[in-house]
Design a protein. Structure first.
Lengths: 458, 298
């Protein structure tokens, strides 16, 4: 301990206050930066130089000032893990909900120009033919209505196919984004590892990386686990996407019966069930084919119900055994070539009836009331769609609230409160001023000692 | 959010944004409901209501079709009613002629005149039996031609023509010639021909037996007439039922699909207030921080 050590104490105080003010400045300027974690300096008192000698004792060592031992980054690891999980579920649910909403819009129920209205019109047209079997106008109107119903099926089916292929191209773009993000995380992991080992501050890199991890969680439902030296490992479907500095790549595989994302190196499919990618895969592999299938069932039920009755009937020109509808699915159902453009071929009458018999057309017009017919099946389909979509919307809304809650918790740990920073700023500014004043005091003491001591009479 | 101890400007801003979004979305929903006058725009708005709406729409379609079926059936029956009435009148005058011929006071030329009158009645009844509605002979069943040929032979079919007059209920709207006017051999035209022959012969016994055959035919026609009348009566009841069904169905549909306007407007007012309150509070909350209260150089 020397008289000059006081200067050093003042100096460490000035340094520490300055550093703390810099950190406060960094916090304030990043108050609105997404993914930024607030920081604070860690201060520690410096022990006094304590060498055992004749005139020294413990109490005579006043300490050596203050030192900045590091900068703490406020971050709750478990909240980050939860946030990743919640974000994956959120984007999966909102993708599913959006898919179902588009299907609802496609089906356009209830309205005056939807499939249900078309079917009602078809049955009415059959009844009109039954009322007046010889009227060419009623017959032509029936053919027109049949064409309308068939083309409504066709367009609904092709819109579903379009939805699936749109989702596929979206997924393809998303896959390259996931690969890029994973590569970036791996490279940031490398830099963070080096920074940690060399003792420099990797906070900015970590913030950047954590944002990317949350992005991966949104995109692919990735989960995160901490690794060595401040790095993180990222997993998709239980397999590592990023492991330290190593990033795997995913590729879109459309060769099989269902679309999947495959690990390029391992060659097998990744179990992606969460995130936007999980939602899109669900759309492509399950939701759209499901509704496509239901729509096909309705179309084929209509075809078989109508054809069974129609082929047993007789047309105005005596033709019999003809089909009214043709096709193998909703995509290609159409008026049969037997009747298209030939109103006289519509079999309105029974084989045993007279030439103006309309009994078969009457039976056909009753099909709309059948409890097992196309109308009832279609109504069940719409009810399912409504319930599914409503459920998806509710789940999505609830998950949004969960994410918001977790983000609020993350913010409460990592976010910058400007008021707090202002308090710190005032506090450290005052500390700086105090250290400077201390320095002046020591200076005056030394001045007294050096310049004004032993000068009596000089 | 009670677990959150530390509040930051950013989380306040985020919450404020989320709340404003939510308030605006609710306001948008209710405004959409009012301006479109539809409570159900997509099935997920109300899955159960959607199914009810689809069923009701289908029922309304059927109801409209039944209205036109009933009108058509009414016209068929009215046409048969008028024709059968005229035929009964004609047959009554044939009977009067027969009674006149039977009392034996007429000479041959008088009998001849009566016989010709009966022949005329036969022609007119034949014409009536071929009455058409909407281009179809109403007594010909499902045949496309006339009911009777020129010599009075039935050339129609015995099929019934039905209309759906109520959901799941069908009614026969035609009367077949062979039912109303008798089967071949014992039909009304044979009876009239026989009567004409008997009158011209002046034989009271022959006239008597021809008269009783005519009475049987008249009774047949009258029976058909009263059947037609009964059907018309039933139809008129079904028609008023159908009209009231139409009103009920429209009411059901608007109950399911359309918003209750009073309630919706009230709700919109409430949402508007909530949104404005959220705006006012947000404007106050996000502005100040300690920065505003620290002067430079403190």
């Amino acid at each position: 301990m020397s008289d000059f050590s006081g200067l050093n104490i003042a100096l460490t105080g000035l340094y520490a206050s300055q550093r703390a003010l810099m950190v406060t400045g960094q916090n304030v300027t990043n108050a609105n930066t997404d993914g930024y974690s607030r920081e604070a300096v860690d201060l520690e008192p410096v022990d006094g130089v304590f060498g055992p000698s004749l005139w020294t004792n413990n109490s005579s060592a006043p300490g050596g000032g203050v030192s900045v031992t590091g900068v703490t980054r406020f971050r709750a690891e478990y909240l980050e893990v939860n946030a990743a999980l919640a974000r994956g579920a959120q984007s999966q649910l909102s993708t599913s909900s959006a898919t179902l909403s588009s299907i609802e819009t496609m089906f356009g129920e209830p309205s005056d120009d939807s499939l249900a209205a078309g079917l009602d019109g078809l049955w009415s047209s059959f009844a009109a033919v039954a009322n007046n079997p010889s009227d060419p106008g009623a017959r032509a109107a029936l053919l027109a209505q049949g064409t309308t119903v068939a083309s409504t099926f066709n367009s609904m089916s092709s819109q579903l196919t379009q939805l699936s292929s749109d989702s596929l191209s979206q997924l393809s773009a998303l896959t390259s984004e996931i690969n890029t993000t994973a590569a970036n995380i791996a490279s940031l992991n490398g830099q963070i590892g080096q920074a940690t080992l060399s003792g420099s501050d990797p906070s900015a890199l970590e913030d950047q990386r954590d944002s990317l991890v949350q992005q991966l969680a949104t995109d692919a439902g990735a989960t995160v686990r901490p690794g060595a030296n401040g790095t993180v490992n990222v997993f998709v479907g239980g397999s590592a996407l990023v492991s330290g500095q190593q990033a795997e790549t995913l590729a879109l595989d459309t060769s099989g019966s269902s679309v999947s994302l495959d690990w390029v190196n391992a060659g097998h499919a990744a179990l992606v069930t969460s995130g936007t990618a999980g939602g899109l895969l669900n759309t492509i592999n399950t939701v759209v084919p499901g509704y496509q299938q239901s729509l096909n069932t309705v179309a084929m039920q209509l075809k078989s119900d109508v054809n069974t009755l129609h082929s047993a009937g007789v047309g105005l020109d005596g033709s019999t055994g003809l089909n009214f509808f043709d096709g193998t699915s909703a995509a290609d159902i159409s008026l049969s070539a037997d009747v298209a453009g030939q109103p006289d071929k519509i079999a309105a009458g029974a084989a045993s009836g007279g030439s103006l018999d309309g009994s078969v057309a009457l039976q056909l017009s009753d099909l709309g009331q059948s409890a097992t017919g196309a109308d009832a099946q279609y109504r069940a389909l719409i009810a399912n769609l409504g319930v599914d979509s409503q459920g998806a919307q509710r789940n999505s809304t609830m998950q949004d609230a969960t994410v918001q809650q977790i983000d609020a918790s993350r913010q409460s740990v990592s976010g910058v409160n400007t008021d707090e920073e202002m308090v710190s700023m005032v506090q450290f500014q005052n500390a700086y001023n105090a250290s400077a004043r201390f320095l002046t005091t020591i200076d005056q003491m030394l001045d007294t000692l050096v310049n004004h001591t032993g000068v009596v009479g000089m | 959010m009670s677990s959150i101890s530390r509040v930051t400007q950013m989380s306040i801003a985020d919450n404020a944004t989320a709340n404003l979004q939510q308030a605006l979305a609710s306001l948008g929903d209710i405004q959409n409901e009012i301006s479109s006058d539809k409570r159900i725009n997509v099935p997920s708005d109300d899955p159960v209501g959607t199914v009810t709406a689809l069923q009701t729409r289908s029922s309304i379609g059927l109801n409209t079709q039944i209205t036109s079926n009933i009108n058509d059936a009414t016209a068929w029956l009215a046409s048969a009613d008028n024709t059968l009435n005229s035929i009964v009148t004609q047959l009554t005058s044939a009977r009067t002629a027969a009674v006149q011929a039977q009392d034996g006071t007429l000479d041959q030329s008088g009998l001849q005149a009566l016989s010709q009158q009966v022949d005329g009645i036969r022609q007119s009844v034949l014409g009536l039996a071929n009455t058409q509605y909407n281009g179809r002979a109403i007594f010909a069943g499902t045949a496309s031609g006339p009911a009777y040929d020129a010599s009075g032979n039935y050339v129609g079919t015995s099929a019934s023509i039905e209309r759906t007059v109520s959901p799941g209920v069908r009614m026969q709207v035609n009367v077949n010639g062979d039912t109303a006017f008798g089967a071949a051999g014992s039909d009304i035209f044979t009876a009239l021909t026989n009567l004409s022959t008997a009158i011209s012969s002046g034989d009271p016994t022959a006239i008597g037996s021809a008269m009783s055959a005519l009475d049987t035919s008249t009774k047949n026609v009258s029976t058909s007439l009263s059947n037609v009348g009964a059907s018309e009566q039933r139809l008129s009841a079904l028609k008023s039922q159908n009209t009231s069904d139409a009103l009920t169905l429209q009411q059901t549909l608007s109950n399911v699909e359309e918003p209750d306007l009073t309630q919706a407007v009230m709700q919109m007012q409430m949402q508007q207030n909530a949104y404005q309150a959220a705006l006012a509070v947000t404007a106050r909350v996000i502005q100040p921080s300690l920065v505003n209260f620290l002067t430079a150089g403190t």
